[in-house]
Design a protein around this ligand. Structure first.
Ligand code: SAH
Length: 347
């Protein structure tokens, strides 16, 4: 069976041509899939009968199943738990902002990075997701809401730069005007900092926003909460970020999870400012959440704002991330974790 989902136009044209159908039919099939959400070949009446029959016998559209849908009390966040064809689970979050819908995509099943605060990495990496499985996360929402998608963040489970080729293919499909036509500027890729891949991404000619999960002002703290960082000294990561900015013109975002007693002191804020040097960057402060079970706590709101004020005083551009959907466990991997625990209990 040929999976016709998430094919580029040239790929699909090639499949059609090889099987004796005109290339232009590829565009029609894409229209059915991505504009009209028709996935059943028998309903594609504009395609000639011969082609429909060939598709029914030789092709398929591989899409995950929606297992659970959860909405936050304020209805600002919706989370879907999806079951993939091999029986693994992933989660996707849609944040309904005033300016439009923003979807947070998972790029792997599980994650190998081992960050101490993150629920997605607790059972290690299961596998990479394909571009099609990433795209299906968006279409799951489109089918439910019938609304346009404004922006994408690759910030769900997984390390996107460890799944480089499929992630890049996915980004380009989202940009494709036959599919979602999302501007590169409205896409953000979040990485824990795989330095050589940041250089490679800078060369791709796609001006997406790079978000770096920095979480610490020095190697000692960073190595402790983000074990994968031992491979890449923090100074090298900053150099790569400078390069990314120079090459793409896109201001880099640094995510900084605030954990009480670990990285939230005013000295840490000062060190962070010096670390970033002249780099024009945005710092997103994120009080850690959902980690009581491993005894990591967010600082008080007072301390959080003191930390922010210290950075502002140095002239740094900072925000404190709004906690959306906390009660539905929207932070990385927490819905899946809860679902798996419940499933275990009921066996
Ligand atoms: N591997 C990539 C993307 C996944 S993690 C990366 O490291 O960037 C992306 C983001 O999820 C983190 O930077 C952080 O902003 C958020 N996150 C993960 N666990 C969290 C937690 N317990 N509390 C708050 N934010 C969390």
């Amino acid at each position: 069976m040929i999976n016709v989902w998430a094919r580029t136009l040239p790929e699909l044209e090639d499949i059609f041509k090889k099987n004796g159908f005109p290339r232009y039919r590829a565009k029609q099939l894409r229209d059915y899939l991505y504009k009209r959400f028709i996935f059943d070949f028998t309903e594609m009446k504009q395609l000639p009968k011969g082609l429909r029959e060939w598709l029914m016998n030789h092709a398929m559209v591989s899409k995950p199943q929606i297992i659970k849908e959860q909405k936050s009390d304020d209805k600002d966040t919706t989370k879907l738990l999806l079951k993939l064809e091999d029986g693994t689970f992933i989660e996707t979050v849609c944040m309904h902002h005033v300016y439009g819908n923003s979807i947070c995509i998972s790029t792997q099943v599980g994650c190998a990075m081992g960050c101490v605060f993150c629920a997605s990495t607790q059972n290690g990496l299961e596998r990479n997701l394909t571009a099609g499985e990433m795209l299906a996360q968006i279409y799951a929402f489109k089918e439910v809401f019938k609304q346009p998608i404004h922006s994408l963040v690759l910030m769900g489970a997984g390390e996107p730069l460890q799944n480089y080729e499929e992630v890049l293919k996915f980004i380009n499909l989202c940009h494709d005007e036959d599919l979602l036509n999302i501007s590169y500027r409205n896409m953000t890729l979040s990485t824990c900092g795989i330095v050589p891949r940041i250089y490679r991404l800078a060369e791709e000619g796609i001006p997406i926003t790079l978000a770096i999960s920095l979480h610490a002002p020095n190697d000692t703290i960073r190595n402790r909460i983000l074990p994968a960082s031992k491979m890449f000294p923090i100074q090298d990561l900053i150099k790569a970020s400078v390069y990314y900015f120079e090459k793409t013109g896109r201001r880099v975002t640094f995510e900084y999870i605030l954990i009480k007693g670990i990285n939230d002191s005013l000295e840490n804020a000062e060190e962070l400012h010096h670390l970033l040097g002249k780099l024009n960057a945005h710092i997103n402060l994120i009080p850690v959440n959902g980690t009581e079970h491993i005894q990591l706590y967010p600082p008080s709101m007072n301390q959080t704002f003191r930390f922010q004020r210290a950075l502002t005083k140095y002239g740094r551009n900072t925000t404190v991330r709004r906690q959306m959907g906390e009660e539905i466990q929207a932070a990385c991997g927490q819905l899946k974790r809860r679902f798996m625990q419940d499933a275990k209990l009921s066996h």
